[in-house]
Design a protein around this ligand. Structure first.
Ligand SMILES: *Cc1c(COP(=O)(O)O)cnc(C)c1O
Length: 351
C-alpha cells in the first residue's frame, strides 16, 4: 500500500484513539419499574450523529480497497448527517468533498458541511441524489462513497467496538444486561444490519425492531417481501425513511417493523425534552414511539426486562422545524394529544 494511504489510515485511527465512547443513558418509565429503558447517545460524536461511525468505516473501507487516493474527490448522496461526518473525515485527510443532498436539507446541516470545507450540491427531487452523485464522480474522476450500498458491509459487524458491541459492554452491570428489544430507524439500514448480525453471531435472544416513518418503503417492503417498492419525495423525519429499498437494508436480520406517524415522532421529542431535559433529533422521537409499542406489548404479556434505543442526533439541528411551533402548525401537525399520550404511558402505564 502507498505511503499516503497508510498515513491516512493512521490519521483516522489516531482520531478514534482521541475519542471517547458515547454514553448509554437510562430513562425510567415511572409507571413501569419492571422495564429498563436505555438510550445510546450518538449525538455526542465530534460530528453530532451516529453517522460519525459510518463515515469512519466508509473512509477506511475506501482506503483499504484502494478507491481513495491522495487526490480523490469524495462525493456522497446524503440527506445530511452522513455528509456532515464525511466532510469531517475528508478534511482530516485533506480531500475535497461534495455532498449531493435534497434541497429541503436543514440549513444547520448545510452550514456544518461547509464549516468542514465541504461543498453542497442541492437537487430538487430526493430520488435523484444517487444518479447525480454517480454522474459527478464520473465527471470529476472522484469516488462516490455510496453509503446506501456500502453501509452494511463497511461496518465490522462481528464486533471491533461497533455500535452493538459497545452497547452490550455498557449493559453488562445492568439488572437485565441482554435487552428484549433494540429499536432503531433505517436510513441506509446499516445500523439495524449491524445489530441484527451481531446478536445472531453472539447467540443472544435480543430482537431487532425497525421503526419506519410515513412516506418510506421499508415497512411495506418488509411485510410484502417486495424489494422494488418505491415512493415519491422525502420522509418527513430527517435521517430515516427512504423512497427505495436501500441495498444496505437487510430484512432477514430484523424481527419487526413498526410504522410511525410523523406527528408521533415530533411529539415524542417534545415529550423527551420534558423527561430528559434535552433536545433530540426527529428520528429519536420515532424510536420512542416504537419503544412505547413494544413495552406496552411486554407489559400485556407479563414480561419484564430491558429495551435499548438510540439518540441518533441532537435536536438543536431542528430548531426551525420539529421544535418550531409555527412550522408544526403550518404543516398541520398537532402534537399536544400525542405528548399527552406519552405522558400517560410514562406516568400511568396506559398506552
Ligand atoms: C442515518 C440516520 C439514522 C438511521 O441510521 P442507518 O444506519 O443509516 O439506517 C437515524 N437517524 C439519523 C439522524 C440518521 O442520520
Amino acid at each position: 500500500m502507498g505511503n499516503w494511504a497508510s498515513t491516512a489510515i493512521r490519521k483516522i485511527e489516531a482520531d478514534f484513539n482521541r475519542s471517547s465512547d458515547t454514553h448509554l443513558i437510562p430513562l425510567q418509565i415511572p409507571a413501569l419499574p419492571q422495564i429498563q429503558l436505555y438510550f445510546k447517545d450518538e449525538s455526542t460524536h465530534p460530528t453530532g450523529s451516529l453517522k460519525h461511525r459510518l463515515a469512519r468505516s466508509l473512509f477506511l473501507y475506501g482506503l483499504c480497497n484502494g478507491w481513495i487516493r491522495y487526490n480523490t474527490t469524495i462525493i456522497e448522496a446524503s440527506s445530511g448527517s452522513t455528509a456532515v461526518s464525511e466532510a469531517y473525515f475528508a478534511r482530516l485527510l485533506g480531500l475535497p468533498f461534495i455532498a449531493v443532498m435534497p434541497r429541503g436539507t436543514s440549513a444547520e446541516k448545510i452550514r456544518s458541511i461547509e464549516f468542514y470545507g465541504g461543498r453542497c450540491h442541492l437537487v430538487d427531487d430526493p430520488a435523484t441524489i444517487y444518479e447525480e452523485s454517480r454522474r459527478l464522480a464520473q465527471e470529476l474522476k472522484g469516488h462516490y462513497m455510496d453509503q446506501f450500498t456500502y453501509a452494511e458491509r463497511a461496518t465490522d459487524w462481528r464486533g471491533n467496538n461497533n455500535i452493538a458491541d459497545t452497547i452490550f459492554k455498557q449493559m453488562e452491570l445492568e439488572p437485565n444486561p441482554v435487552p428484549e428489544w433494540i429499536v432503531c430507524g433505517a436510513g441506509t439500514g446499516g445500523t439495524s444490519a449491524t445489530f441484527g448480525r451481531y446478536v445472531r453471531y453472539q447467540k443472544l435472544s435480543t430482537q431487532i425492531c425497525v421503526v419506519d416513518p410515513e412516506n418510506s418503503v421499508f415497512y411495506d417492503s418488509y411485510y410484502s417481501g417486495d424489494s422494488d417498492c418505491r415512493c415519491e419525495g422525502g420522509s418527513g423525519v430527517e435521517g430515516i425513511g427512504r423512497p427505495r429499498v436501500e441495498p444496505s437494508f437487510i430484512p432477514t436480520v430484523i424481527d419487526k417493523v413498526v410504522r410511525v406517524p410523523n406527528v408521533a415522532s415530533y411529539a415524542a421529542i417534545h415529550f423527551l425534552e420534558e423527561v430528559m431535559g434535552r433536545k433530540c433529533g426527529g428520528s429519536t422521537g420515532t424510536n420512542l414511539f416504537g419503544v412505547c409499542e413494544l413495552v406496552s406489548d411486554m407489559v400485556r404479556n407479563g414480561r419484564h426486562g430491558s429495551v435499548v434505543t438510540l439518540i441518533c442526533d441532537d435536536g438543536n439541528r431542528y430548531l426551525n422545524s420539529y421544535y418550531n411551533a409555527q412550522w408544526l402548525e403550518d404543516n398541520g401537525h398537532h402534537i399536544t394529544p400525542w405528548v399527552e399520550r406519552y405522558r400517560r404511558f410514562f406516568f400511568e402505564g396506559r398506552w
